[in-house]
Design a protein around this ligand. Sequence first.
Ligand code: FES
Length: 200
Amino acid sequence: MTFHPSMPYDTGLHKSERRLPEQGEPFAFTAENRARLEEIAGRYPPERRRSALLPALYLVQRQQGYISGHAMAHVAEAIGVTPAEVEDVVSYYAMFYSQPVGKYVLQVCRTLSCALNGAERVTEALSAKLGIKPGETDATGLFTLMEVECLGACDRAPVVMVNDHWHECLQPGDAAKLVDDLRAKGPDAVTGCHLCMEKK
Ligand code: FES
């Protein structure tokens, strides 16, 4: 869409001018994370400080578990961008959460390769095991289930991300064991990349 010169243009509606609702807990980086952010930002020329935005958001998410409106405003000030620009990035990438999530986030890919290889049945199996639907967190607060678009491992479909780790060729029958392993072993159950080859 292009604006005709005579069209009224409300600059207050421009994305970079939006004001975010102040939702979530007040947020400030810990001293350690603030120092880490400054170390990362220092790798870029001062005029490219905004290049540290993605690492800054990872630091927020590791500190708080998700990225609240307060945290977006805090990052915007730390990096030198508008809160709306931070929100645009948070809402674009599936690995950033703008709402509280469980300790383990199970993201089932629903794009073509995974869909053709049974991702829907994997989601159903995880749903049944956890007693929740995609988009929900279970009663213990431990698990959040999501359906997402392509996770970039299409040749090893169906793929499920557990936090930062891929589980590839995950079949519906593996779902209950995955949840049980996470409950029993904690993060140790999800270290490394679980390749299809390991299952053959
Ligand atoms: S289609 Fe599922 S990882 Fe690409």
